[in-house]
Design a protein around this ligand. Structure first.
Ligand code: HAM
Length: 422
């Protein structure tokens, strides 16, 4: 039985890594005052046809359900968010700061950092037009990545403004309706052969040189960028971002400031991407709800690759995982007549929040110690000849001491085993 291409099994060690990523995503979002929401995995296909753009529609996992509805697995969260906000917008104070960590699906060609199933952190601010919100968003994406131990030497946020490109087109007397098509060419500039790009630009009466000249010197079109810089620099984040007009984003709904995050060594695909989408809510609600909006998405796949490639980030993750072993305390039952006492202790310790394990059936003491090591337990408690004392052993140091069974909990407290949330 084979796995579908681009899908993953999550064995316990993979789940531990996934939990590490999700826990940090959630923790940093909360530090920024964001609240969590979620939506359905399956939506009507129309939701994505409406506004996401051709590229996403081509990548839909879509089918007809038994009620003959055209449905699709969510390839991204933004249309769901727009739909949800349009339904109950009045119930929430603005600006709304929301995050979600959906599993998304795209029928893409599988490659490094791109699968057909991935988790995607989504952070969005609804109902705030000021550049201060764009700055807050970029500060958040930076801090999410810093929480994994990455520094300004590991990644960079490349920021641009779609409006600057639209002003460029206007100056060349090119119709705004064709703007989307033009932005798609800019989006692929770095990935496509210059001749192919040149051919496409020709239909706009433009040359690659003109486009490159604008990229090198976007000049007065970028006042918003200066405002944004002031906000980010006030936070001390100068080293984490740069202006890069080649960033325009592939999705159709973006309107103003847009950004993408890349690893500094440029080995990987984008770690995250986002920007403003000030018209999406209006367009999705047929004009009923019109609210400014902006946000970003960050996938777990490229992030996981960058963690693997970055020794200090990898070490941080391994440390976190080691802090959360399957068991903290392993009860070694050397005398079967003590089993019922051990069971009562296991129950009591588990109620206190300790992770406790023991052999379910009689087994040799040596085997039980082996199982204790494998479980990651820090301490074993042996029920044997020493009764009414029990024998504690700290597995890392091999230190042993006897304690009266009555004082078991007090002794465990002295060992200060931390009880982790996850
Ligand atoms: P996106 O650029 O399509 O934007 O995706 C954002 C991030 O999701 C990417 O940078 C990447 O990390 C991850 N990602 C996308 N596709 C895949 C894939 N096939 N495999 C693994 N990871 C992937 C959006 O989806 C926007 N809805 C983000 C947004 C939220 N904009 C505003 N709010």
């Amino acid at each position: 039985m084979q796995l579908l291409p681009g899908f993953r099994d999550f064995f316990p060690e993979d789940c531990a890594r996934r939990n590490y990523i999700l826990a940090h995503w959630r923790e940093v979002c909360r530090r920024y005052g964001f609240v969590e929401y979620d939506g359905p995995v399956l939506e009507t296909e129309e939701l994505y046809r409406k506004k996401s753009g051709d590229e996403i529609v081509k990548q839909l996992f879509n089918f007809c359900d038994k009620g003959e509805r055209a449905v699709a697995m969510r390839p991204e969260m933004t249309p769901t968010l727009a739909r949800m906000v349009a339904t109950r917008e009045r119930d929430f104070k603005k600006p709304m700061k929301w995050f979600s960590m959906p599993q998304c699906f795209r029928y893409e060609k599988q490659q490094r950092g791109r699968l057909r199933e991935f988790y995607q952190l989504n952070c969005d601010i609804i109902g705030e037009p000021s550049v201060a919100a764009d700055a807050e968003m970029i500060a958040l994406v930076i801090d999410v990545l810093r929480s994994f131990g990455f520094t300004e030497n590991d990644f960079v946020v490349r920021v641009s403004d779609r409006d600057a490109w639209l002003a460029f087109l206007a100056a060349k007397n090119i119709d705004v309706p064709r703007g989307q098509e033009f932005l798609q060419i800019v989006d692929k500039l770095e990935r496509e052969a210059p001749e192919a790009v040149e051919a496409k630009l020709k239909s706009f009466g433009l040359t690659l040189d003109e486009v490159r000249a604008f990229i090198a010197n976007p000049g007065e079109h970028l006042e918003k960028f200066n405002e944004l810089s002031a906000e980010l620099n006030a936070r001390g984040l100068n080293a984490f971002y740069q202006l890069d007009p080649t960033i325009v984003r592939g999705l159709a709904y973006y309107t103003g400031i847009v950004f993408e995050v890349f690893d500094r060594s440029k080995k990987l695909r984008a770690l995250a991407g986002g920007g403003r989408y000030d018209n999406l809510l209006r367009d999705m609600s047929d004009g009923k709800v019109s609210l400014h909006a902006l946000g970003f998405g960050m996938g777990d796949v490229v992030l996981g690759e960058l963690i693997n490639d970055t020794p200090h980030a990898l070490e941080k993750m391994q440390h976190w995982i080691e802090q959360r072993p399957a068991a903290q305390v392993y009860l070694v039952i050397a005398k079967e007549e003590r089993r019922s006492t051990a069971l009562a202790d296991a129950q009591r310790l588990r109620e206190l929040g300790f992770r406790v394990d023991f052999s379910l059936t009689p087994s040799k003491v040596g085997k039980q110690f082996q199982a204790a090591e494998q479980s990651g337990a820090r301490v074993t408690i042996l029920y044997g000849d020493e009764w009414p004392n029990v024998k504690f052993k700290t597995l890392a140091t091999r230190d042993e001491f006897l304690a009266a069974h009555d004082s078991l909990i007090a002794k465990l407290d002295e060992l200060k085993l931390t009880i982790e949330e996850f």
